[in-house]
Ligand binder design. Structure first.
Ligand SMILES: NC(=O)c1ccc[n+]([C@@H]2O[C@H](COP(=O)([O-])OP(=O)(O)OC[C@H]3O[C@@H](n4cnc5c(N)ncnc54)[C@H](O)[C@@H]3O)[C@@H](O)[C@H]2O)c1
Length: 362
């Protein structure tokens, strides 16, 4: 766990454009918004409402998640930058234990303070209905419920994009994208993991699944999946391991225990530290960069909600994640680097090109 001073030192070198930390006037909770970059356009990123040991840990998460959003948007070809919000709940509390409406109105005020340079949406611990509450304070929140004229839940496209990424990875490894009979282990059966499990079951994959919430076992049963505890799912013998819970699951101590050919999942910031990408490669395990795999949600939000595009346009843009990943695997092989590095190069090229274009335009 990072200490507060670690966080502040990192913040000093992370070059975020703007970070706001305030105590919500109604809720008394720490409200954090980190804008990492607007080089490609206004920053976008969801609002996480989650318990942390202290506000410093929430800040560390907001900094890391907003930086990942910059890479995600750039790699996905979107003209948006990276941002993220965190509403810090006290350790051990659930969001139902706090004055949720007060926290969301405080969040809306903080978003409004950015004057449109940052656009929020739902994330872990918040929902489309929550964004409707925040809308009372700012127009710069998106992914509202369908019955309020919004585009609704983005998890559907995140699952579709992750499915395309799994197919592309299996094609890279085995020469076929057919997932029939492939052993796939999913950790986290929430909004994305649950939908993805449905798509994989339809494709004939043999599923092993885990979730901390025992209420999700019913879905596992419906899909004919094997229900196990999280550690068993993480270390199960599998073709593909799918991290679909919170970030940081891929640790240096987990890598030697993995028994999968590839790791491809929607969870944000899966690597506990960047060096884990090399450790996975040394074990011959392909890791599909998370910020490429899970772009379906931000594609949904930016194309439909913010761009006025159709669901079909967003779906087609999401399906291109498979081809993008294939190109990243190709570039990594050609350059003798890990796919993570190739994906970062792709994202940075877009950001540099945009800056050069802007400079040329005066
Ligand atoms: N929702 C989206 O569109 C979207 C888009 C991009 C990235 N992501 C990322 O994908 C991941 C999942 O998002 P979601 O919207 O499905 O969240 P969610 O909260 O709906 O689901 C997460 C699930 O993981 C379970 N879980 C948490 N910790 C666990 C653990 N240690 N072991 C097993 N299960 C655990 C929870 O009980 C929950 O059911 C998150 O990392 C999120 O940031 C989501």
């Amino acid at each position: 766990m990072q200490t507060r001073s670690d966080v502040m030192r990192e913040a000093a070198v992370l070059e975020h454009e703007e970070v706001v930390i305030r105590t919500g006037v109604r809720s008394g909770l720490p409200i954090i918004i980190a804008v990492h970059s607007t080089a490609l356009g206004d920053a976008v990123g969801g609002c996480r409402m989650w318990p942390y040991p202290d506000w410093g840990a929430g800040l560390a998460d907001a900094l890391a998640l907003s930086a990942a959003m910059t890479l995600k948007c750039a790699a996905a070809g979107l003209d948006f930058g990276g941002g993220k919000s965190v509403i810090v709940l006290p350790p051990g509390t659930a969001s139902r234990d706090v004055d949720r409406r007060a926290a969301l109105l405080d969040f809306g005020d903080a978003v409004q303070g950015f004057g449109g340079r940052y656009h929020g949406g739902e994330d872990v611990g918040t929902s489309a209905e929550d964004m409707w509450v925040a809308r009372e304070r700012t127009p710069w929140v998106h992914c509202l419920p369908v019955h309020h004229g919004g585009s609704g839940e983005p998890s559907e496209l995140t699952a579709v994009g992750t499915f395309a990424a799994i197919e592309a990875t299996w094609r890279h490894l085995a020469g076929t994208s057919s997932l029939a009979g492939r052993r796939i282990s999913i950790v986290g059966l929430g909004q994305v993991g649950g939908r993805l499990a449905g798509l994989l079951a339809e494709a004939g994959a043999e599923l092993t699944v885990a979730d901390l919430d025992p209420g999700r076992e019913e879905l596992a049963r419906t899909l004919g999946a094997r229900w196990v505890d999280a550690d068993t799912a993480l270390t199960a013998e599998a073709d593909i391991l799918v991290p679909a819970a919170l970030g940081g699951m891929l640790t240096g101590s987990l890598v030697p225990r993995l028994r999968c050919a590839a790791v491809v999942g929607p969870a944000n910031n899966q690597l506990a530290s960047p060096s884990v990408a090399g450790e996975l490669a040394r074990r011959g395990i392909v890791w599909a960069p998370d910020f490429v795999v899970n772009a379906g949600g931000v594609i949904h939000g930016t194309i439909i909600d913010m761009g006025g595009g159709t669901p079909d346009e967003a779906r087609n843009a999401t399906l291109r994640i498979g081809d993008r990943l294939t190109a990243i695997y190709g570039e990594a092989t050609a350059a003798g680097i890990v796919p993570y590095e190739a994906a970062i190069r792709l994202a940075r090229r877009r950001i540099t090109d945009a800056a050069a274009l802007r400079q040329a335009a005066g």
